[in-house]
Design a protein around this ligand. Structure first.
Ligand code: SAH
Length: 241
């Protein structure tokens, strides 16, 4: 009799612990959803991010999962974060601005240079048909690929290599986004966008210089460049240095 009572008590405690644990997990998820909503409201909408696809994607992608556990709490703050190998994940506003500048409608094929954590790739994958992403550090590419697969994205394709050369195999792209800064626009990237309507969003400038975020468009084969704002990105390494 005693034994069975102890047994029942143990089972009860076991289930109680499960309920408490699950409850904590839900609290944590809710906490991050709130942080995301406030990021979209206070850092994006309040500035000049108006593209509803971009706002929705930024609301959806769990940015905290793309950084180290110890800095997850600050993942939705208004600044860039370290992701290892001396690299950074851009401030949410810059990710949103660059995505908005690509003028995506859905259905596009986009190339990203500088996979890093994979966060920008995930934001793109929420909007477009296929994302191709190139990273020069094998460690970063592998880590990001695993996370992206775990999160359930099936439309992001990874390549380890020097993004200076783009990714010829799947060209031409509707749009290219570069998240590291070369001194000049790599000619291979210009060749790999559509001749009519292809666009590139890229920070350009030397390591010690002010970089400019540029939007480049090809209209009937003609290239048009527009400077958007001053930015600070990690340098593009490899051929361009
Ligand atoms: N888009 C990333 C942030 C990238 S930081 C994100 O959302 O997390 C810039 C990245 O560009 C770094 O990971 C860096 O290793 C990579 N990089 C630098 N030079 C490169 C090159 N030549 N080709 C491809 N990737 C490069």
């Amino acid at each position: 009799m005693r034994k069975s009572l102890v047994f029942i008590l143990l089972i009860f405690i076991f289930f109680l612990l499960i309920v408490i644990y699950e409850h904590d997990k839900i609290d944590e998820i809710d906490d991050y959803i709130e942080k995301r909503q406030s990021m979209v409201l206070n850092q994006l909408r309040s500035r000049d991010i108006v593209d509803s696809e971009v706002l929705q994607a930024m609301l959806t992608v769990p940015r905290h999962q793309f950084v180290d556990e110890r800095i997850q709490e600050s993942a939705y703050n208004d600044y860039p974060l370290a992701i290892g190998e001396g690299q950074t994940i851009s401030q949410p506003y810059i990710v949103a601005l660059m995505t908005q500048l690509l003028e995506l409608k859905g259905g596009e094929r986009v190339l990203e240079i500088g996979t890093g954590s994979g966060y920008q790739a995930a934001v793109l994958a929420e909007i477009v048909e296929e994302v191709y992403t190139v990273e020069i550090y094998e460690s970063l590419s592998k880590k990001s690929e695993k996370l992206i697969k775990d999160l359930g994205y099936r439309n992001i394709h990874f390549k380890i290599g020097d993004g200076y050369y783009g990714w010829e195999e799947y060209a031409p792209y509707d749009a290219i986004i570069v998240t590291c800064a070369p001194d000049y626009v790599p000619p291979h990237l210009l060749q790999q966008i559509r001749d009519d309507g292809g666009r590139i969003v890229i920070p350009v400038g030397g390591i010690w210089m002010v970089q400019t975020l540029m939007k480049i468009e090809k209209i009937r084969g003609e290239v048009k460049s527009t400077g958007i704002i001053g930015v600070r990105f990690v340098p593009m390494i490899g051929h361009s240095r």
